[in-house]
Structure formats: C-alpha cells, structure tokens
Design a protein around this ligand. Structure first.
Ligand code: TXA
Ligand code: MG
Length: 311
C-alpha cells in the first residue's frame, strides 16, 4: 500500500485525509500529546485494521476522539456533573474520560467492555480533521505496539509506512507523552494514566480522586498491563552522575548513551524521540537521569519507569 504524506498546512490535504477515514482507511495525524492512528470508530472493519497494523492485543481498548460536544450523547449513556466540569475545564485538551458506552460503540473499540474512553484533542490539525470527517475517530498512538509513541511524522513513517493510507505531517507535537486517562464510572473517580493534566489540577475542579486501582479497574483497563514505550536498548535510571561513573566505564562496549533533561516539559518533549534515535545509532544501553516526580514530572517519570522495567 502506498502511504501518502500530506502536510497539515497544505490546502485540501485535510479534506482528502478525512475522506480516506470515512471510507474505512487508516490515517495518522498529530495531536497535542502524540501522533494518533485514526480510523472511523463506527466502522468495526476499519477499527480491526488498527489492531492488525499495530500488532496490538485485542483486549486493549481504544480512545474515541471527537471534535464537538454534541457527539458525546450519541456515544455514552450518562454524563455526570463531575464529568461535565472536567469537559468544560480541560477540553479540548490532553484528558481522556471514561464513560459507560451506548450500543452504537462497536465491541472491538471497547474490547468488549461496557465502557468507552473519549477525548477532544486541542491540536488544530486534529480538530480540523475530526470536524471534516464528522464521525468519531478511534486513535491509539501511531506506533507499533510496544515501541515509543511517535512525536514526529517521521516516527510514524518508520513504524507504519506501506501499512496505512496516509500520514498528516504537523511537525513535532507540543507535549510528547500520552493523555491523562480518568475513569469517571467509579466513585471516587480513578486516575488510570497520568499525563500533562495532573491529579492536583483535576482535584481542584472535581474534588478528590484516587490512583488506586482495584482488580475491577484492572479488568476495565487491560491496557495497563502491557509494556509500553520501550526502546530496544536497555534503560537504566540514575539520580546523580557520580552514581553511574563506574558502571559507565564498565559498559563502554555497549556504547552507552547518557540522557539528562532540565525539567519535565523538556523530558516529555524529547524522551521518545531520543529513545528512537538511540536505537537507530546502535546504543545498547541508555542511562537517563531522573527528574522530580512532582506535577507533570510524575507522568513523565511514569513513562520512563515503564521503559526501564525489566523485559
Ligand atoms: O494522548 C493519547 O491518549 C493518544 C492520542 C493519539 O490521543 N492516544 C493513546 O492511545 O495514547 P493508546 O491506545 O496508546 O492508549 C489508550 C489507553 C490504554 O491504556 C487503554 O487501555 C486505555 O487508554 N483505555 C482505552 N479505552 C478504555 C476503556 N474503555 N476503559 C479503560 N481504559 C481504556
Ligand atoms: Mg500507545
């Protein structure tokens, strides 16, 4: 299959990409978090292609992206007052909210669960594409399953060229890690995945939430059990440079790379791209200096720890 690469700013390219989506094809597009791999959420055959192309396990549900609040009523049974506040405060933006789903949402989207995850992204290219397509769009990160999420169109090309119809190139994404996911079907609500929108920010708007997942939530968000974000190289975390001096000297044969970031924003922005380029350059070990696990730092360190977890 030929993969067309369009620029988000080219006139007519959004129209063409939207048409491809409506016709049941896969289109990758930038969001403010990471690049997504889109398909028409109401077309189970199109959604199935996502699982095949990404090699994604089918028990891992997908996020449905929308551009207008009117689209929500069609997809979910009930919107609580707290959910309304979250939507008003954080949408469009990097927050994914889990609701009870209506029948119209295909089982393959929600991995047979009675729930659906919704997000209204704020990236102008994503919003324009969603408006033009005028159907809800499922979009997992546009990488092969298990690889670091794509933060540039080039990363999508690396993983998916020849397997999808189109890539919309909008340059480097602004945030660099995936959206915050909150489950509003539990009381108190459960934070399932940390992201740019922090627990503290959410609690300021709707009161206390929990990060403790019970067996039930683990059943509800099977995606949590999968390993994510990992480069091929081994990732080792460190606090101070003196802690790794000896190890670094010992591991010279493995062409170690040392990554140091000055804050959470910078780390989020570059981490996944740096993992990919380390693999391309043949580094076998990557040492990454930890950052403070406060505010946005908590979410970025969450991704880094997953990447460093034993394979
Ligand atoms: O920033 C993002 O969220 C990006 C962009 C493209 O929007 N998308 C993304 O999708 O990261 P993905 O598929 O890589 O991650 C979706 C996460 C998974 O951990 C999945 O298990 C969880 O959301 N999820 C999706 N639907 C769910 C549901 N109905 N119940 C519980 N968890 C769900
Ligand atoms: Mg992903």
């Amino acid at each position: 299959m030929k993969t067309s690469i369009f620029s988000c700013s080219e006139r007519g390219s959004l129209k063409q990409a939207a048409k491809l989506l409506v016709q049941g094809n896969l289109v990758a597009f930038p969001t403010e978090t990471v690049y997504g791999l889109g398909a028409n959420a109401l077309d189970p055959e199109a959604v199935m292609k996502i699982f095949q192309v990404k090699k994604r396990p089918q028990d891992n549900p997908l996020i449905v992206h929308i551009a207008k609040e009117e689209q929500i009523q069609e997809l979910v049974t009930y919107i609580s007052e707290k959910s309304k506040i979250l939507m008003k405060t954080f949408w469009p933006g990097p927050l994914t909210i889990i609701f009870e789903k209506k029948e119209v949402v295909p089982a393959i989207v929600s991995a047979n669960l009675p729930y659906v995850a919704l997000r209204m992204p704020s990236h102008p290219c994503a919003l324009a594409l969603l408006r033009e397509a005028n159907v809800p769009i499922v979009a997992p990160s546009a990488n092969l399953s298990g690889r670091p999420s794509p933060t540039k169109a080039e990363h999508v090309r690396e993983d998916l060229r020849g397997k999808i119809s189109c890539i919309l190139d909008g340059g480097q994404v602004p945030i660099g890690i995936e959206s915050t996911v909150i489950d509003m079907t539990t009381e108190p609500p459960t934070l399932l995945r940390p992201g740019k929108i922090t627990k503290e920010e959410i609690e300021k708007s709707i009161g206390s939430i929990t990060t403790k997942t019970t067996k039930l939530e683990e059943y509800k968000s099977p995606g949590m059990k999968y390993k994510h974000y990992s480069p091929k190289a081994k990732v080792i975390l460190f606090k101070e440079e003196k802690d790794i001096r000896e190890l670094l000297a010992k591991k010279q044969k493995e062409s170690p790379l040392v990554l140091v970031y000055s804050n959470a924003e910078e780390m989020a922005h570059s981490l996944f791209a740096d993992f990919r380029s380390a693999d391309a350059k043949g580094h076998k070990i990557i040492f990454v200096q930890e950052i403070e696990e406060k505010g946005f730092g908590e979410a970025v360190m969450n991704r880094l720890r997953k990447a460093a977890a034993k394979k």
